[in-house]
Design a protein around this ligand. Structure first.
Ligand code: GLP
Length: 274
């Protein structure tokens, strides 16, 4: 696990965007796993800029989003309707800006009437696309990946979850500030890729910023591996992981000097994977 500590949110975002851009250039038909939330917005902005100003080409890329609220979402008669779904978030923050063909993007369908069967289909679709080359992740305030709330099995597959009150509270601002709406409309259920699904990606890049998440990030990266902090599954990941943090969120890590040392030495020997 490479832990890269950047000065601020902007530098964290640029670093993540460069990693994704390098993959897109190297493998124009790559499959990306994508998160929502405030954390990846800067990364998405930079990818849009690279597309517009540097011609970064997403026309062959396929994407799978981590999760979606149940009961809202893509109205198929009106793609990316003005709602509070993650499908809309992705359209606004990334898809329209990088001009990716929409049929190559996948966000779990929040309108599905058969969620269990739908979850299995979502897993199949990932498999048929050849698996995820790079999974970008944030981390929730309670340590979740996707919507895998505390207590979710670290072997879980795509499934329906019940959201915790903390997640509803944490996500409230983003849910409503951009779209308007009433709190009682906030869904209590969601579809999320499982932790087992996420761990099958060929590369994981996790982002976190801000002092509010310093404690939970330290628990996820350096605490015990536990289903109570589902992002701690990163410690079980067998492959190449890059964690990109800003100074504030890194403040409670106990091995920060070592992480900086690793980055310096790898840069010196040109073995950094970004
Ligand atoms: C939601 C998403 C997660 C995301 C988390 C953090 O719960 N389901 O995938 O990591 O929000 O959001 P933020 O980046 O806004 O802190």
């Amino acid at each position: 696990m490479d832990v890269l500590i950047r000065n601020n949110y902007k530098d964290m975002s640029l670093c993540a965007a460069r990693i994704i851009a390098a993959l897109v250039r190297e493998k124009p038909n790559a499959v990306l796993g994508l998160p929502t939330g405030s954390t990846p917005i800067g990364t998405y902005k930079e990818l849009v800029r690279m597309h517009r100003e540097e011609g970064l080409d997403f026309s062959g890329i396929t994407t799978f989003n981590l999760d979606e609220y149940l009961g809202i979402g893509k109205d198929l008669s009106k793609p990316y309707a003005q709602d509070q779904s993650y499908a809309r978030f992705m359209w606004e923050e990334l898809f329209k800006g990088i001009e990716i063909p929409l049929e190559q993007t996948h966000v779990p369908d929040g309108w599905t009437k058969t969620p269990e069967a739908y979850c299995a289909q979502y897993e199949d679709a990932i498999r048929q696309a050849g698996g995820i080359d790079l999974q970008l992740l944030g981390i929730g305030g309670n340590g979740h990946w996707g919507f895998n709330e505390p207590g979710t099995s670290l072997a879980s597959r795509t499934q329906v979850v019940t959201l915790t009150q903390q997640t509803l509270d944490d996500n409230w601002a983003l849910f409503y500030s951009k779209a308007g709406g009433r709190r009682e409309e906030m869904p209590h259920f969601a579809i999320t890729m499982g932790i087992g699904t996420i761990l099958e990606a060929r590369r994981i890049v996790m982002l976190a910023s801000g002092s509010g998440k310093a404690e939970i990030v330290a628990r996820a990266l350096e605490g015990p591996v536990t289903a109570q902090v589902t992002a701690s599954a990163i410690q079980l990941y067998p492959g190449n992981t890059t964690v990109i943090l800003d100074e504030e969120v890194a403040a409670k890590l106990s091995r920060i000097d070592y992480y900086r040392h690793v980055e310096r030495v790898k840069a010196q020997y040109h073995t950094l994977l970004y």
